[in-house]
Design a binder for this molecule. Sequence first.
Ligand SMILES: NC(=O)c1ccc[n+]([C@@H]2O[C@H](COP(=O)([O-])OP(=O)(O)OC[C@H]3O[C@@H](n4cnc5c(N)ncnc54)[C@H](O)[C@@H]3O)[C@@H](O)[C@H]2O)c1
Length: 252
Amino acid sequence: MFDLRERTALMTGGARGLGLAMAHALGAHGARIMLLDRDEATLSVAAAELRAAGIEARTSIGDVTVPADTVRAVDAMRTAWGRVDVCVCNAGVARNAHAHEMTLDEWNAIISVNLTGVFFTAQACARPMIEQRSGSIVMIASMSGKIVNVPQPQAAYNISKAGVIMAAKSLAVEWAPHGIRVNAIAPGYMRTEMTAPFIADPALGGVWMDLTPMRRPGEPAELGGAVVYLASDASSFVTGHTLVVDGGYVVR
Ligand SMILES: NC(=O)c1ccc[n+]([C@@H]2O[C@H](COP(=O)([O-])OP(=O)(O)OC[C@H]3O[C@@H](n4cnc5c(N)ncnc54)[C@H](O)[C@@H]3O)[C@@H](O)[C@H]2O)c1
């Protein structure tokens, strides 16, 4: 039931971090992977890494804030493989800023990637999925869509991720008649390039780990089970759900 052979998967922000780790997990279960990322150099290294692991991987350079870029990646999947089965809307950015000082440009820099980019990636995938009458869309939200992290000020990020959780619910309802499931994953603090410097800082990482019942950050590979579950038939009656993977942070 976790078998992804014959399935194809789009992974945005797949050049590194959680996106690359999830691509490994999907590929290990048989999926063919299209990595989309705006970082061209890292993207080709990531694809080579997947191929070395025996995974069929292609790349598409693009920015998720430009809907035509995600449409181009989806079209390339249809040309190469004839179908789009799994769509992981993972690309995201985090920046800390005090709400009372935030400029419109700072706000848009977060919302355009984390929320607008997720919505239009899902839309690009849904169009062929509606024709196929099947598909699984997985949106990478965050525990920050459910709780307010401390001590850093990150209102725009939190608001964007709460929007992703509602996007998964809204699109799950709207696209259920088309055979498309839409779910979200809400990771807690995971050790990636995005967070590593902060985790190493006792004033920040120390507080974060004190608030995490398991007292450690997650490793990127620990999202593998969640994404394979939501992408595969193992979750065939699950839609509109947000799966929290956070070492217990949100339950305290
Ligand atoms: N690391 C964590 O602790 C954590 C926790 C919760 C949620 N998340 C979410 O998981 C996702 C991945 O995070 P990560 O830690 O791997 O980050 P990361 O910064 O290590 O990797 C993000 C990748 O996305 C790409 N990207 C960024 N903006 C893009 C855009 N506009 N178009 C295309 N590609 C773009 C980057 O080039 C990079 O390769 C993000 O949505 C993030 O908000 C991360």
